[in-house]
Write a protein that binds this ligand. Structure first.
Ligand SMILES: [Ca+2]
Ligand SMILES: [Ca+2]
Ligand SMILES: [Ca+2]
Ligand SMILES: [Ca+2]
Length: 353
């Protein structure tokens, strides 16, 4: 009798998950369990910085609650807005924002904006003084480090030091790419490629001169246009992967098939949502428009599952939350369904005993 109940539940679970198994293009898509939850709110309206939003989640004022830093392009200026979290960590709430300043006083951090790219910001302790700093890419290809001259609860940034200038649409991130203990740079650009600058200085005093292009399957990786990387171990195998935004609004997943000290990539696949739709910025309203995407992975609702925030052309921030742990291969879906059946069965057994 108990066996029958268990099989029935497993059957229902498999039927529920069945459409997912066959909803994606196996050659170009990467199925996720992400569900679009709508736009992040600011007070009673959609958070909206007007154009080309770039999300970064960090507890900027060190009060124990994660905040939002939002890069943007307002015409020819790239700013970074600080949205202080007035809610909690599992239910963030915002009410207005202030521009990040680049001095001890009033001097709004302002980098070059151009077209689809204003500021692309990454929080990092650049000089290892235990105070978080802000690395900012801009529309004219520049990369600037703004050092925190005060403390972590009331950060005051200096006027910035240029690391690179020239090029177009720089989207820099920091990572010890080759595992030698010194922070390296990966930089996305308008040309769709990703530059890797290995640190020729030290971790506390980085220095960069030569770069190589990120390789995929023996050639330069090229997403087409306007590449914007973030690093995250999305499939939970212990190896850092790359997630890359582009000009069209998609998110590409580059699975690291090498190691953390020698990452290698063989394919790029577009994220597909739980319901089979592509993860594409503003897909519901503009399914075919080039909406440009910049992403940040975070567990937004603190349920233990990875979520993604995506910024794009309309200046808002989309929230996508996972409903099961990644990766969700078809095999794991079946195992997951069976596990669910087993758990329900066990629970019933306890209830009936
Ligand atoms: Ca905070
Ligand atoms: Ca620092
Ligand atoms: Ca991985
Ligand atoms: Ca989550």
């Amino acid at each position: 009798m108990k066996k029958k109940v268990s099989i029935k539940i497993i059957g229902i679970a498999i039927v529920l998950f069945f459409p997912i198994l066959f909803s994606s293009n196996l050659y170009a898509d990467y199925q996720t369990s992400l569900v679009f939850q709508g736009y992040i709110q600011d007070g009673l309206s959609d958070l909206d910085i007007s154009s080309y939003s770039v999300p970064f989640v960090y507890d900027w004022d060190s009060d124990g609650k994660k905040d939002l830093l939002v890069g943007q392009n307002n015409g020819s200026n790239g700013y970074v807005s600080f949205y202080e979290n007035l809610g909690t960590n599992d239910s963030p709430a915002f009410n207005g924002s202030t521009y990040i300043q680049a001095c001890d006083g009033t001097c709004t951090l302002n980098v070059a904006g151009s077209g689809r790219q204003g500021s692309y910001q990454t929080v990092v302790d650049w000089n290892n003084d235990n105070k978080h700093d802000l690395l900012v890419g801009d529309g004219s290809g520049g990369v600037t480090i703004f050092l925190n001259t005060k403390n972590n609860s009331e950060p005051i940034l200096d006027s910035g030091t240029t690391i690179f200038s020239g090029g177009t649409y720089s989207a820099p991130i920091v990572d010890d790419w080759n595992g030698d203990g010194a922070k390296d740079l990966l930089i996305g650009h308008l040309d769709g490629k990703i530059q890797i600058y290995l640190n020729e200085g030290t971790d506390a005093a980085p220095s960069y001169s030569a770069f190589s292009y990120l390789q995929m399957g023996g050639t330069d990786f090229d997403i087409g246009s306007t590449s914007a990387p973030r690093i995250y171990d999305w499939n939970n195998d212990g190896y850092k992967d790359l997630l890359v935004g582009d000009s069209q609004g998609y998110i590409s997943f580059l699975e690291n098939t090498g190691t953390n000290n020698a990452p290698t990539f063989n394919s790029a696949k577009n994220f597909v949502l739980f319901n089979g739709n592509p993860l594409k910025f503003d897909y519901a309203n503009n399914p075919t428009a080039d909406t440009r995407s910049r992403l940040f992975v975070t567990d937004w609702n603190e349920d233990g599952l990875d979520d993604i925030i995506v910024g794009g052309s309309n200046g808002k921030l989309e929230l996508y939350t996972s409903v099961v742990p990644e990766p969700i291969s078809s095999t794991l879906f079946v195992i997951g369904a069976a596990t669910m059946g087993f758990r329900i069965h066990r629970k019933k057994k306890i209830i009936h005993s």
